[in-house]
Design a protein around this ligand. Structure first.
Ligand code: AMP
Length: 537
């Protein structure tokens, strides 16, 4: 067989040739929406590649992006790797010292920064060691005043560049195409490098029926940021499959997202559960027409059962849980029921939908403990490990590689069980498990049950030190607006489903649960805030 290279340039060529009139709908402000046909998108992408070459980008150059989800960011997604350079998407919500660290560690030479985000990067500029050029992405033609010497305007650079720029054809499929840093529990973020091959294979997998089933007649809305694991690969896959792409820009409020879904007839939207919790509350306040939606994909952290149920039963929108990590490109598994479950009751199906699901084709997963792989008994816990062609094999220039990559597997730090059907069910992160008197308590199950109480908006359960049991569970709860529920009522709500010893000892009511830069519960912060909390003895 032929050994043609799996490189991203092939996606651009398909977009140009087969889907010239498909659209990128990019909302850069509440009043500005850009509608760009794929044929013009590819021309702009060629111009960007030429412009970047003109200021010194060559093969292997790292180019950082610091931006929301919009068409300019999408142009960078292809112009950079298709030139043989490396697209480094930077998480705009990281702490300033982490931003400085990752730009220096990756050795970015050029930065593309959104006009409105420039003030976030400006204080860091004096500490950057490798950056030579900054390009400001925005609708205006100016650049902000700055002491940094080479600041360019994106649109101006494009105007001066060649729309017939030819991408090189001899890129090796194993060469670096992109990188993304993921927050570590301790220390600085860790870098993951994607290759052309890994991105191409992952994108193709998003078209499989068992995963996103992305196809030409879809209108895809990645709510998940383009700075977080390539917006789960949707931008790459949509260009290849010819699906319209809706990019919401800086507008992530539930009301604006719902308006966008209604107006653009979005068929598939992807984001973290926190987004969908907000969207559900807003839809209940003011209903929009959601009939175009064929699938909501939720991932990044566990989805409460009540949320999945509300989407499916109240809104009539299929809601599918997907599991992955920055290290895994990210898609590993999805919780679609199979035809063998046709006779399951609604409750049994819901129990499956809450799980992280079945492993994708081409990817292998195992749940292992000290006795080896665990059985499909829904009970025996172990650590989830993964391998496959879009799973990282190391962290970029980082000694912490040895902690997570062993014997050809990525050890995820996620604790899971396998259901009788073989679905992965994450019960905790290794660091979030609660060990009470030698027994493990899963915080995720307790959180899910608490969030099924009608008065509860969000709940996180953490371990707090205990003189007798070493650790005990403490529930941290945010109530819905104008809702009331006390500790006794919430604990009583759990009593039917949990052994008495595993119930939280106490409930603290908070205004909000602290979140990570990508909207996940930040339990390390909760544990720190509540470390002196004394549970009632
Ligand atoms: P990140 O690399 O920031 O995307 O974080 C990856 C981690 O998010 C995983 O190791 C899991 O702990 C968690 N995660 C991702 N998807 C899910 C999911 N569907 N359910 C539960 N946890 C998830």
């Amino acid at each position: 067989m032929m050994d043609t290279q799996l490189i991203l340039t092939g996606f651009l060529k398909r977009a140009e040739r087969y889907f010239p009139n498909k659209q990128i709908i990019s909302r850069t402000s509440p009043t500005i929406t850009h509608r760009i046909a794929f044929k013009d998108y590819v021309k702009r992408t060629r111009r960007l590649a030429d412009a970047l070459k003109n200021i010194g980008m060559t093969r292997g150059t790292k180019v950082g992006t610091f931006g929301w989800n919009h068409h300019r960011h999408l142009e960078a997604y292809f112009a950079i790797p298709c030139s043989g350079a490396i697209l480094h998407t930077i998480n705009i919500r990281l702490a300033p010292e982490h931003i400085v660290y990752i730009i220096n560690h990756a050795e970015d030479e050029i930065l593309l920064i959104d006009e409105d985000l420039f003030p976030l990067v400006e204080p860091a500029l004096a500490h950057l060691k490798s950056v030579k050029h900054i390009i400001i992405m925005g609708d205006s033609l100016g650049v902000p005043t700055s002491s940094f010497p080479n600041v360019h305007n994106y649109e101006q650079l494009l105007q001066e560049a060649d729309e017939n720029f030819e991408f090189p054809e001899d890129i090796d499929e194993y060469s670096q195409a992109g990188m993304c840093y993921t927050s570590a529990t301790t220390g600085m973020p860790k870098g993951v490098v994607y290759t052309h091959r890994s991105i191409v294979l992952h994108s193709i997998a998003l078209g499989l029926a068992e995963s996103f089933a992305l196809k030409e007649n879809d209108v895809a809305l990645p709510v998940v940021p383009m700075f977080h694991v390539n917006a789960w690969g949707l931008p790459f896959a949509a260009i290849n499959y010819g699906a319209n792409l809706v990019l919401p820009g800086p507008m992530f409020t539930p009301a604006l997202l719902l308006d966008l879904i209604e107006q653009e007839k979005v068929t598939l939207a992807a984001g973290v559960p926190t987004i969908w919790l907000g969207v559900l509350a807003e839809q209940e306040r003011q209903a929009r027409d959601l009939s175009s939606l064929r699938q909501i994909i939720s991932g990044g952290s566990a989805s409460p059962k009540g949320l999945i149920q509300a989407f499916i039963e109240k809104l009539g929108v299929p809601y599918v849980n997907a599991y992955g990590m920055t290290e895994t490109s990210p898609l590993v598994s999805m919780s679609h029921p199979t035809s063998e479950m046709d006779n399951y009751s609604a409750d049994e199906l819901l129990d499956l939908r809450v799980t992280q699901g079945l492993t994708s084709s081409l990817i292998e997963t195992e749940v292992v403990n000290e006795n080896g792989p665990v059985p499909n008994d829904g009970q025996t816990m172990g650590e989830l490990r993964i391998r496959g062609p879009w799973i990282a094999s190391e962290y970029y220039k980082d000694e912490r590689t040895v902690d997570s990559f062993r014997d050809g597997w990525l050890y995820t730090g996620d604790i899971a069980v396998l259901t009788k059907e073989g679905y992965i069910k994450i019960t905790d992160r290794t660091k979030d498990l609660i060990k009470s008197g030698g027994e493990w308590i899963s915080s995720v199950d307790l959180e899910n049950a608490l969030m099924s109480h009608p008065a509860v908006f969000e709940a996180a359960v953490i371990a707090v030190p205990h003189p007798k049991w070493q650790e005990r569970p403490l529930a941290c709860v945010v109530l819905k607006e104008n809702a009331h529920a006390g500790k006794d009522e919430l604990i009583a709500h759990l009593e039917n489903d949990f052994a008495k010893w595993s119930l939280p000892d106490d409930v603290v009511f908070l205004k909000e649960i602290p979140k990570t830069s990508v909207g996940k519960f930040l339990k390390a912060k909760l544990r720190e805030d509540l470390k002196d909390y004394e549970v009632p003895l």
